[in-house]
Design a binder for this molecule. Structure first.
Ligand code: NI
Length: 137
């Protein structure tokens, strides 16, 4: 019988970005991405919520040791993106528009390779207090 439960770890990073699609004209880009298309970049305070779903380990009473999860996120996600210009400073977004959607997918893919397959994983990423994405949906 399955007895799954979700645990969450919240983290935070600041990063700059510019949303821009080189296949579109400057006018189309400005109209599509608004302030996020400003040529000189701008920052967001990203709130990251990592959800790990699994069964409670009878030995520890944990799904996963949240200290270990926190260390994993810090080492592989926060260190990589915090205080960076996502477009210029990261390989991941060299050719990928750093929308909240794409950032969440990138973070998911990074953490998926680090987490035991027995866990289900979900990423929630807030770009602003009111705008956030969830992956997988
Ligand atoms: Ni923006």
């Amino acid at each position: 019988m399955e007895n799954k439960i979700a645990v969450y770890r919240k983290e935070h990073f600041n990063a700059a970005h510019r949303l821009h699609n080189t296949d579109l004209s400057d006018v189309e880009n400005a109209s599509l991405f608004g302030k996020c298309n400003y040529p000189n970049y701008h920052g967001h305070n990203y709130e990251l919520i990592v959800k790990v779903i699994g069964e409670v380990d009878p030995k520890t009473g944990f799904v996963i040791d949240l200290k270990l999860l926190s260390d994993l996120i810090k080492e592989h996600v926060i260190e990589k993106f915090d205080h960076k210009n996502l477009n210029l400073d990261t390989i991941e977004f060299k050719n990928l528009n750093p929308t909240a959607e794409n950032i969440a997918i990138v973070i998911y893919n990074i953490l998926r390779t680090k987490l035991d397959k027995k866990y289900d994983l979900k990423i929630v990423l807030y770009e602003t207090e009111r705008n956030y994405v969830e992956y997988p949906a």
